[in-house]
Design a protein around this ligand. Structure first.
Ligand code: ZN
Ligand code: ZN
Length: 583
């Protein structure tokens, strides 16, 4: 879900490049320094695109489609020199002389450059994570998107393809004592991408108007690329390391990564402690609600003494209230106008009627990720529709569909719609697009984006969505526990050496997840770090900010005004929005 959102924002950022007036800096307040900084930002974004040709392609900017980054020593030196040069020019601006919106941009650019230095010099992921090396995504994108004629796309595809063998040679050079889990992931994902070159590319080529001898050369390049990928996978398989790195990041690297990736005002350790208290609070509330609901659903049957068991019985029972596979999409569709109506009635936030959300069946190329996601219009199609992609349960075996529908039961489905659509991700996206700071779009803060969606779930319930029914609150708490436990799990595993059994126990017993979901989460935490904390971190900081802002404004506090002001800063880290709103 996240990937799609961030992708579209990055795309939007580059398209805004050149004609941007940086809407969040009011013209009346714009100073010479601001103007110079805006020009600097545009130069920086253009240079960054050239420095990262694959990211440019993913962003919908196709000027560098023929290039491929080969991660050798020269490339690393170039990256560090790039960071130094741009940090130096950034520091020629005095931050205090910039208007507030540009001050945030200043911080974001600084963080991006320092983060890149830290990734290269300290984290050194390229030495221990073989899954970092994979060319399939960027090539697949070139075949699937219709941004240029097929012939133009294939010519660039060909030029880029010629660099694939060098790309994997450099990868083999870099890798030392890789993490076992990431080694396997690297093998699986690279092998999984081969069909793009062996089948999809050949298909496209057969339809293209290209001379036969050129086609032959292109096919030979594809064969070499396939060979290089297979060779890489085989090399990884054979690679013996006496001292493989642990998948656990360790406290020192974890804190630093959290600092650069999440950009919170708290440390990772503080965030972990807050998540642990939150879990305790949620369990207490859930036990209260479950005791209250017990007679309604279980009559005079004896109530379990163990409160976690009591809660899980209630959750299991309530989860049987769910829609059918064939009405899954229409159930979602019917809820969107009800959400809008509720928000209007309670005056929670302005929803622009000119930008409707279109619910559609998930397109085939996204299939497999059942659930729901938002697709924003592409960079050259800003007036286009924003889609709410809903996974289809068509053809699913009965048991699998039943389990899925229990997960997305009548209560959770409403919460999912709040989170993904209105007033969650979709609404935030509409607001963010109104203040097209190139920098904020480009470096959109994942914790703020996810945090907002999580925050709106609670905010809707606080305002009476679901009629304050104890069932609705109980089920939201269960959903919210997932967010909280993502943070606890990630920190526990990477810093506190939590073992698999303890992790599964946390997720199934304390967060009431199904065994399959918990096992999937364990896999995810062994191949990623920090990202799982973004949901709770962002939520926590937004909620705290609202409470501080309430105190500051006293009787003048207005929830709608708070929401609109908060979103007007774009997808910036909450700590900077906080500075602006609290000063
Ligand atoms: Zn059922
Ligand atoms: Zn989300």
């Amino acid at each position: 879900m996240k990937k799609i959102i961030l992708y579209s924002w990055f795309a939007f950022a580059l398209s805004a490049c050149g004609d941007s007036k940086n809407g969040d800096a009011n013209d009346s307040k714009s100073t010479k320094t601001d103007e110079a900084f805006n020009a600097f930002s545009e130069r920086f974004v253009a240079a960054l695109g050239k420095q990262h040709p694959e990211a440019s392609t993913a962003a919908g900017f196709h000027g560098y489609d023929s290039l491929l980054t080969v991660h050798d020593e020269a490339q690393k030196a170039g990256e560090l020199a790039f960071n130094k040069a741009w940090l130096d020019s950034l520091n020629s601006f005095k931050i205090d002389e910039l208007s507030p919106a540009y001050q945030i941009d200043f911080h974001l650019i600084e963080n991006r450059l320092q983060q890149s230095n830290w990734y290269a010099n300290d984290l050194q992921q390229g030495t221990w994570d073989p899954s970092m090396y994979n060319v399939s995504d960027v090539f697949a994108l070139m075949l699937n998107e219709n941004y240029a004629s097929l012939e133009t796309k294939l010519q660039n595809f060909h030029k880029r393809l010629l660099k694939v063998p060098a790309y994997y040679r450099a990868a083999k050079n870099n890798i030392k004592n890789p993490v076992a889990e990431l080694k396997q992931l690297g093998i699986d994902q690279n092998v999984g991408g081969i069909s793009i070159f062996s089948a999809d590319f050949k298909d496209s080529l057969s339809k293209a108007n290209i001379a036969a001898d050129v086609k032959t050369a292109m096919l030979a390049a594809a064969d070499s690329a396939v060979w290089a990928i297979k060779d890489y996978a085989q090399w990884l398989k054979n690679l013996k390391s006496d001292n493989p790195r642990s998948f656990r990041l360790g406290e020192n690297l974890y804190e630093q990564k959290f600092k650069y990736d999440i950009q919170s005002k708290f440390t990772a350790a503080e965030m972990y402690d807050m998540a642990v208290s939150r879990k305790t609070f949620l369990h207490q509330e859930m036990a209260k609600l479950s005791r209250q609901l017990w007679p309604k659903y279980f009559g005079s049957a004896a109530m379990p003494q163990d409160s976690l068991l009591l809660i899980s019985k209630l959750i299991d029972t309530l989860s049987t209230n769910h829609t059918r596979p064939e009405t899954f999409q229409s159930a979602i569709e019917q809820q969107i106008p009800l959400l809008i109506e509720f928000i209007k009635e309670k005056d929670l936030i302005y929803i622009d009627p000119a930008k409707p959300l279109v619910v559609r069946k998930e397109p085939a190329y996204m299939a497999g990720v059942a659930g729901a996601s938002i697709s924003a219009p592409g960079p050259y199609d800003k007036q286009g529709n924003t889609y709410y992609n809903v996974g289809s349960l068509e053809g699913w075996p009965t048991a699998k569909a039943e389990s899925y529908l229990r997960e997305y039961n009548d209560y959770i489905l409403q919460i999912l719609n709040i989170h993904e659509a209105i007033p969650g991700h979709y609404t935030q996206l509409v607001y963010a697009n109104q203040s097209p700071s190139i920098i904020k779009s480009l470096f959109g803060n994942g914790a703020m984006i996810e945090g907002w969606a999580v925050y709106t779930e609670q905010m809707m319930l606080e305002n009476g969505y679901g009629n304050n029914e104890p069932e609705m609150w109980l089920m939201w708490y269960k959903w919210h526990l997932r967010t909280v436990c993502n943070t606890i799990l990630d920190y526990s595993v990477h810093v506190r050496n939590m073992e698999r059994d303890a992790a599964l126990n946390l997720l199934t017993k304390e967060a009431f997840q199904q065994q399959a979901e918990a096992e999937g989460k364990w896999t995810r935490v062994t191949v990623s770090s920090v990202q799982l904390t973004s949901y709770y971190s962002g939520y926590k900081e937004i909620y705290d900010l609202r409470e501080s802002y309430k105190k500051k404004m006293g009787k003048d506090f207005n929830l709608k005004a708070f929401h609109e002001k908060f979103l007007s800063y774009g997808s910036a880290p909450v700590k900077y929005i906080r500075q602006m709103m609290m000063e």
